[in-house]
Write a protein that binds this ligand. Structure first.
Ligand code: PCA
Length: 203
């Protein structure tokens, strides 16, 4: 079987939970097509997250990596097209807020996803779930993880498909935050499963 590293994040900033954490945990060990899922939760800390991701990659030796993050305020499932070599954003869970830093000194300006994001968006919509490709993952931890994974994959001889999907808030978070669009956890999980199915149907 092929190994899929599926990552989510712990809660961060004003959000008391992170729907990606529950979804990822609930899918550990699940087999979809040729893939078996290895679920890992990443911290929201600029100086630690990349290291953790590398540890998990060494452990799982994935054939593909899908990372998930919460995009509070977005109303659609948004597979990301590109990661940029920038750390810049609000304070992380360790009290650190980088300004205009490079992720990898002298690294590529950016990397395009190697996941089938167009097909994922089409499949999500066919199943009645709103989705579109996003052209920015921001410059916070989600972009950081996407960049680090793609940078790693690029150095390897074998192909490791890798990329990032931002998901909307859960209803639980919307009750807490009052004014953000939200989906049921069930639909959020269904969306993630559809994306993994699309990946598994690729060569
Ligand atoms: N979303 C944040 C980081 C953790 C998460 O779930 C982001 O969009 O960068």
């Amino acid at each position: 079987m092929k190994q899929l590293l599926l990552t989510g994040f712990e809660p961060f900033l004003k959000y008391s939970t992170n729907p990606t954490m529950n979804i990822v945990k609930s899918l550990d060990g699940r087999e979809i097509g040729d893939y078996v899922i290895h679920s890992k939760i990443l911290p929201v800390e600029f100086k630690l997250t990349g290291e953790k991701l590398m540890e998990y990659i060494e452990e799982v030796k994935p054939d593909a990596i899908i990372s998930l993050g919460l995009a509070g305020g977005r109303s659609l499932f948004t597979p990301e097209r590109i990661a940029i070599n920038v750390n810049d954003g609000p304070v992380d869970n360790n009290g650190y807020a980088p300004v205009d830093e490079e992720i990898i000194g002298g690294g590529a300006d950016g990397y395009f996803t190697t996941l089938p994001i167009r097909k994922m968006v089409e499949a999500l919509k066919e199943e009645g779930l709103p989705a579109k490709i996003s052209n920015t993952a921001g410059a916070y931890l989600c972009n950081h993880v996407m960049y680090r994974a793609l940078h790693y994959a690029k150095q390897q001889k074998r192909m490791i498909k890798s990329g990032f999907i931002h998901i909307p808030a859960s209803h639980e978070l919307a009750i807490e935050q009052k004014n953000i669009p939200s989906w049921s956890e069930e639909d959020l999980k269904k969306g993630v499963l559809i994306c993994i199915e699309v990946l598994s149907e690729m060569e």
